[in-house]
Design a protein around this ligand. Structure first.
Ligand code: BGC
Length: 747
C-alpha cells in the first residue's frame, strides 16, 4: 500500500533530483557509459572509486546507501524479487555503470540463511567463533574464512556479514559463541585472519558489532558506558587491530548505545575514532534495525542503512536522506563520501572486477576437512587427571550419556545459524522462533567413538534421569558424558548448565571415577562437579564435522591443542558484574551498563583482583609436555622483540601455545591490570623437537591511552607462560617514555 507520507517523500525526492545541479544526470543514466576510466586496474581503489562516483546520478548514489532485507516478513514486507532468497540483505546494483548488486549473507561460521526449513541449501558450518579463537592459530582461521567465503560466492553472495570481534566482557552474552574471546590481541589476530580468508574470494567481509555490544539483554536499549581511554585499550583496540590487519570492506555498527548515543549515530565511534583516528576507508553499514535518525546518523558517519524497511522503525536513508540533503541537514558531499566508501570497498576487495555471483556446486567433502581441522584444533582439554584421556581402544562396555550425542553436535542460534549438511539431527527442540530452532548438526560423537572401538558394547542414555545415567555408568568400562548449553542471538543465558545436567554429571562421576565430560557450550560455564571428574574437554559448538573431531581428540589421534580464549569463572560473584543489567521489567526502557572495570576484561580483572578462576585464560592441556627456555627481550629503538625456545619433552607429537604477557614491573598503577597478552605462537613439535620462537610486541600493548598511546618510561616485566596463570619465566625490559599519535598504525 502506498501511504500519503510515502507519496510526499517521493515528491521531495524527485524535486531534489530535478532541482539539483546534476539535472542532466537522469538523462545520462539511461545512456550507455564508457567504463574504461574506472576499469583501469592499474589505478588504486581510491582513484577508481572517484572516477566512478563522478559518473553517478544523485538517484544512483541514494540507491547504493540503502539495503533491503532478503526475506519476506508476513503481512509487513515482501523482499525485492532480485534479492537472493531468504538472505540477510540486498543492495541493488547499477547496471549501466557495471556496479554489481550487493548480496549479503550472514555470518562468521558459514553461509547462513534466514530460517525457513523448506528452502535451505546444505552448507558447511565451521565451529563457533570462540572455538576457532581457541585454536590460537590464525592460519586455521584464514583457511576457515577462505572456505566459507567461497561457499558465499558459490551461493550467489558477495558480502559476508562476518568478523565478530566483540570482546567477551559478559560470560552470559548469548552471542559469545560468535566472537573470539576476551583479549584484544588474540581476538583481533584471529578475526583478521578469518576476514582475510573471506575477502580472498573477492567477497566483502563486515567486521561487527561496532562497538561494545557486550550483552544481548536489551540490546536495542542498553547504553554501554565506559571511559573513552579504557574503550580504546580494550574493545576498540580489538576492532582497530583487526581492521588494520585485514582491511574489511565494511564495519557494522551495533544495536546498542555507547555512552548514551546509539552506535550507528555515534560521532565519536564512527567519525572520530574509526574514520579519523584509525583512517578507515571502507563503509559503515548498520545492523538490522539499528538506525534511529537520518541526519544525525549520516553526519555521524553511517554510510549504508541495512534492511531499512524491515527492521528500522522507518527507512531513514534513500528518500528521507534525499529530503535531509534538500533541507541542508546533510551535505551533498557527505552523500558522495558514503558512496565513495562503498565503491572503494567494491574495488579494494576485487569485487568490482569479479562481479559475477551465481549458485554453483560446493565441494562439501573438501570443506568438511577444513571445518574438522578447525574444530579439532579448538577443543580445549581443561583437565586430565591420571591421563584418563586419550581413551583406550580396549573398552568392552561404553556408556555415552547426554546431549543427543547419539545423533549430533549442537550449534548456536540466531542469524549466524548455518543449515548444515544433512539438516537438523534433533528437530522440534525448543522454541522454533528466532533465535531458534535449536539445531544439531548430524555428526554423531557416538558413531565416531563406536567406529574406533567396533567390538565394544555401546549404550546411549539421554542423561535426563541422573539415577538411570549413574546406573549405566557404574556398569561401564568407559563413560563419556556430554553436556551442553544452547545459546543464541538476542538472548543472554545463565552460566549454569540447563536441564539439571550438573546433577547428571555429578551422579555419573560418583558412579564411575573415570568419567570423561565433553562440553558443547557457547562460552564459559560453571562446573560445580569439576573436582569430581578426572577429564573435561571443552568442544564448544564444533560445526558440521564435530562428532568426528571430538572422537579424534578423545582417542588422541591428534594432540589436544586448544587453549581458552576466555576465563572460566568459578562463580558469578567473581565477575565485575555479578548480575546482568536489564530494563527492570520495562522492555522499552532505556538503561545503562556502566563498565567501571574499564579495560580490565576477563583475565585482567581476575589478575587485578587476585581471584582464582575455575580455568584461566590461555589454559589448555596437551597430551605431551613442553619445556620453555631462553626467554630474552630485545628493545631496538622501541621495537620490542621477545624470543625463547620451546621443546617437546613428552613422548608424542603435539602443539604448544606459548604466550607472552607484559606489564609494568611492580605497581601497575595507570594500567587496567598487572599484565596483558602481547604475543603468542602455535608451535607443532615432534617428540624431542625444539623451536626458537620470536614475537614482536605491538607498542600499543605497552601503552595506556590518553590522546595518543602513552608509553611510560621505566621497567616492565615480560613473561612467558603456558597460560595466564602458568608463567614459566619473566625477564625485565626498560622502556624510554614516548607517545605515539592517535593515528598510530601497526604493521
Ligand atoms: C545481527 C547481525 C546480522 C544481521 C543480519 C542482526 O540481527 O545482529 O549480526 O548480521 O542481523 O542478519
Amino acid at each position: 500500500m502506498v501511504t500519503p507520507s510515502k507519496l510526499a517523500i517521493a515528491a521531495v525526492l524527485s524535486a531534489v533530483v530535478i532541482g539539483s545541479a546534476s539535472i542532466s544526470m537522469p538523462v545520462l543514466a539511461r545512456a550507455a557509459q564508457d567504463h574504461s576510466a574506472w576499469s583501469n586496474k592499474s589505478l588504486g581503489a581510491d582513484a577508481r572509486a572517484d572516477l566512478l562516483l563522478k559518473a553517478m546520478t544523485r538517484e544512483e548514489k541514494l540507491t547504493l546507501v540503502f539495503g533491503y532485507f532478503g526475506a519476506d516478513m508476513k503481512d509487513k514486507y515482501t523482499r525485492p524479487p532480485e534479492s537472493r532468497w531468504s538472505s540477510a540483505g540486498y543492495v541493488p546494483g547499477i547496471a549501466r555503470l557495471g556496479i554489481p548488486a550487493q548480496y549479503e549473507t550472514d555470518a562468521g561460521i558459514g553461509v547462513a540463511t534466514q530460517h525457513d526449513a523448506d528452502h535451505w541449501r546444505e552448507r558447511t558450518s565451521l565451529p563457533s567463533g570462540i572455538a576457532t579463537a581457541a585454536t590460537w592459530d590464525p592460519d586455521l582461521a584464514y583457511k576457515g574464512g577462505a572456505m566459507i567465503g567461497s561457499e558465499a560466492r558459490d551461493s550467489g553472495f558477495n558480502v559476508m556479514l562476518a568478523g565478530g570481534v566483540n570482546l567477551l566482557r559478559e560470560p552470559r552474552n548469548g552471542r559469545n559463541f560468535e566472537y573470539a574471546g576476551e583479549d584484544p590481541w588474540l581476538a583481533a589476530n584471529m578475526v583478521a585472519a578469518q576476514i582475510n580468508g573471506i575477502q580472498s574470494n573477492h567477497v566483502i567481509s563486515t567486521i561487527k558489532h561496532y562497538a561494545l555490544n557486550a550483552q544481548e539483554t536489551g540490546r536495542h536499549f542498553v547504553s554501554s558506558n565506559i571511559g573513552e581511554n579504557a574503550a580504546m585499550t580494550s574493545d576498540l583496540l580489538a576492532f582497530q587491530i583487526a581492521i588494520e590487519k585485514s582491511k574489511p570492506g565494511s564495519v557494522m555498527c551495533a544495536y546498542n548505545r555507547v555512552n548514551d548515543d546509539y552506535a550507528c549515530e555515534n560521532k565519536w565511534l564512527l567519525n572520530d575514532v574509526l574514520k579519523t583516528d584509525w583512517g578507515y576507508k571502507g563503509y559503515v553499514m548498520s545492523d538490522w534495525g539499528a538506525v534511529y535518525s537520518t541526519a544525525k546518523a549520516a553526519n555521524a558517519g553511517l554510510d549504508q542503512e541495512s534492511a531499512g524497511h524491515s527492521f528500522d522503525s522507518q527507512p531513514f536513508f534513500k528518500e528521507p536522506l534525499a529530503a535531509a540533503i534538500a533541507r541542508g541537514e546533510v551535505k551533498t558531499a557527505r552523500l558522495d563520501d558514503m558512496v565513495r566508501r562503498i565503491l572503494r570497498s567494491l574495488f579494494a576487495t576485487g569485487l568490482m572486477d569479479s562481479p559475477e555471483v551465481a549458485d554453483k556446486p560446493i565441494d562439501l567433502a573438501a570443506h568438511a576437512k577444513v571445518t574438522q581441522a578447525d574444530a579439532e584444533a579448538g577443543m580445549v582439554l581443561l583437565k586430565n587427571d591420571g591421563n584418563v584421556l586419550p581413551l583406550i581402544r580396549t573398552a568392552e562396555t561404553v556408556a555415552i550419556i547426554g546431549s543427543h550425542a547419539d545423533v549430533g553436535v549442537l550449534s548456536g542460534g540466531g542469524s549466524s545459524q548455518v543449515h548444515g549438511v544433512g539438516g537438523n539431527a534433533v528437530p522440534g527442540l525448543g522454541d522454533p522462533g528466532f533465535p531458534g530452532p535449536v539445531y544439531y548438526h548430524p555428526s554423531s560423537p557416538l558413531k565416531a567413538i563406536a567406529k574406533r572401538i567396533p567390538d565394544a558394547k555401546i549404550v546411549y542414555d539421554d542423561g535426563t534421569d541422573p539415577v538411570r545415567a549413574a546406573k549405566l555408568a557404574a556398569g561401564s568400562d568407559m563413560v563419556v558424558v556430554f553436556a551442553n548449553q544452547w545459546t543464541g542471538e538476542d538472548l543472554d543465558f545463565s552460566v549454569t548448565l540447563p536441564d539439571n545436567q550438573d546433577a547428571t554429571i555429578s551422579a555419573v562421576a560418583a558412579a564411575n571415577p573415570k568419567t570423561v565430560v565433553v562440553l558443547e557450550t557457547g562460552g564459559p560455564v560453571l562446573m560445580p562437579w569439576a573436582d569430581k571428574t578426572p577429564a573435561i574437554l571443552e568442544a564448544w559448538y564444533p560445526g558440521t564435522e564435530g562428532g568426528e573431531a571430538i572422537a579424534r581428540v578423545l582417542f588422541g589421534e591428534i594432540d589436544a591443542t586448544g587453549r581458552l580464549p576466555a576465563t572460566f569463572p568459578a562463580s558469578l560473584d567473581q565477575l565485575p558484574h555479578p548480575a546482568l543489567s536489564d530494563n527492570n521489567g520495562n522492555p522499552k526502557a532505556l538503561f545503562d551498563v556502566t563498565y567501571d572495570e574499564g579495560a580490565a576484561v576477563g583475565y585482567k580483572w581476575f589478575d587485578k583482583k587476585g581471584l582464582k578462576p575455575l580455568f584461566p585464560f590461555g589454559h589448555g592441556l596437551s597430551y605431551t609436555q613442553f619445556a620453555y627456555s631462553g626467554l630474552k627481550v630485545a628493545n631496538a629503538k622501541g621495537k620490542v622483540t621477545v624470543s625463547f625456545d620451546v621443546k617437546n619433552v613428552g613422548g608424542r607429537a603435539g602443539s604448544a601455545t606459548p604466550q607472552v604477557y607484559v606489564g609494568p614491573d611492580g605497581d601497575f598503577a595507570g594500567w587496567e591490570a598487572p599484565k596483558r597478552l602481547a604475543g603468542f605462537a602455535k608451535v607443532a613439535l615432534a617428540p624431542g623437537a625444539a623451536r626458537h620462537v620470536s614475537v614482536t610486541v605491538d607498542p600499543r600493548l605497552l601503552a595506556t591511552y590518553n590522546k595518543g598511546w602513552v608509553i611510560k618510561g621505566g621497567k616492565y616485566a615480560v613473561s612467558l607462560g603456558a597460560s595466564s596463570r602458568d608463567i614459566k619465566d619473566t625477564v625485565s625490559l626498560t622502556l624510554a617514555a614516548r607517545t605515539l599519535p592517535v593515528t598510530y598504525k601497526g604493521n
